[in-house]
Write a protein that binds this ligand. Sequence first.
Ligand SMILES: NC(=O)c1ccc[n+]([C@@H]2O[C@H](COP(=O)([O-])OP(=O)(O)OC[C@H]3O[C@@H](n4cnc5c(N)ncnc54)[C@H](O)[C@@H]3O)[C@@H](O)[C@H]2O)c1
Length: 496
Amino acid sequence: GAVAQAGWLELLGARGVLREIDALGVQVRLDTVEPGGHFWPRRITALWDILLRHESKAEIWITHTGHANAGAHDRAQIRAFLETMDAPVQRFYWYSAQDRDESEATGLFDLRGAPRLLARMLAEGGPVRLRELLALSQRGRSHNGKGVALITGGAGFIGTNLAARLLGEGRNVRILDNLCRPGTETNLRWLANQFGERIEFRLADVRDRLALRDAVADATEVFHLAAQVAVTSSLVDPLHDFDINGRGTLNLLEELRRLDKPPPLLFTSTNKVYGGLDDLPLVVNDTRYELADPDLRRRGIDESRPIAFCSPYGCSKGASDQYVLDFARTFHLPAAVLRMSCIYGPHQFGTEDQGWVAHFARQALARQPIVIYGDGRQVRDILFVEDLVDALLLARDHIDGLRGHAFNMGGGPRNTVSLRELLAELGRMHNRPPEVRYENWRASDQRYYVSDVARFQAATGWAPRTSVTEGLERMHEWLLAQRPSPAVPERGRVAL
Ligand SMILES: NC(=O)c1ccc[n+]([C@@H]2O[C@H](COP(=O)([O-])OP(=O)(O)OC[C@H]3O[C@@H](n4cnc5c(N)ncnc54)[C@H](O)[C@@H]3O)[C@@H](O)[C@H]2O)c1
């Protein structure tokens, strides 16, 4: 490849060399140039001019380009890729398919082989999908002075349900999400179709402080949901887990602390902050574990239980939970924490790693086997997502009384289910028992967890309204509506 310097090219042209070459190579890493786009047209058009003037038939190739993305810059990487696709050249070489070392995060896949958003979107829908995504992330930036609720992780399961409720009430909603979880783009498209311009989407990462600064500036309330959500993934890569959950939350807190009048902040913590609860004597029957202490069984676990972080996920969420409470104390942020048990419902793209109720329901519907880790007698109090949305909004409304406190949140003792019991319920719904395989227990899995929600109830008047049976039916309806109609090949699909 030749060096794309206009002066050199003119000289090569004047000496007749350009008529003898087949291709001219250009190489620039796009993260090293001024952001703002239109880099290639400006650069390449000038080269075509020179080639034409010297009657050269050479092609122009971009022999090396790319955009570094150590995690927080998916949008910039996607833009750079699309701009390169549109460059007026015969071919381009993108650097690289996979990262080779930590300092060169330019790959479509990271060092662990996980696809970056660019790779996932390309594989799922080609450049069409990438363009759609960028178009979505440019919508709805004016709120007519009415204020906007910020939801980090708002394209996820809980975020989508919360956004839909707020939008349904006529509010403006800003979602900040890096779409790292498969299924989130489906949620986002659904929200955009339902609610039009009042939904604003920012394809950004909570590790990017400036993106957060901009997002909180005019927010009237903040729901911080974005997180690395799986215990299993946290065991594989604890640093990655901490970076998103720990540093991401602290980033947000710091940006809120800068504001003259910080808006209410609600943080979605987890029951995992209480550890394995191994000291609680249990009895076991055919389908479930139960607490031996009848009084505790009737009430559930309350907030006086000492915190005992277990698993990297437990540690990173627990640290964030404590930071939020401390920022409320030390810097007077109007912030509160909900320590949540298992939430389930529509828009949940549950997997084996997280979102087990939705995962079981999806597998049962698709007649696929379900793997149970442990003996399946583990008990949880499950909470239908609409009830959680009620709780989040009540927490916002009562923030002056709730600030600086953490509240256990779940279906409570009246909405408990063991894995075995859920399988039986799904079997009844489908008139056929799901196929099940048993594997070893997973690290730090609680045998029993049921929330005592009395403290939150007393403070806000909230109570769960949806029974397990009704909630499962509503999730089932959503799953049915999700089933793909007979496949239509998508245009622009590419193989990776
Ligand atoms: N679902 C549950 O049962 C449950 C239980 C306890 C706590 N929680 C907490 O509730 C919150 C929401 O959970 P969910 O079930 O909706 O999960 P989810 O995975 O559906 O949603 C999380 C969202 O965060 C986004 N995200 C992840 N990393 C990000 C990053 N670095 N920057 C920006 N966005 C990022 C994801 O793309 C996703 O849209 C999480 O904080 C989770 O820890 C959930």
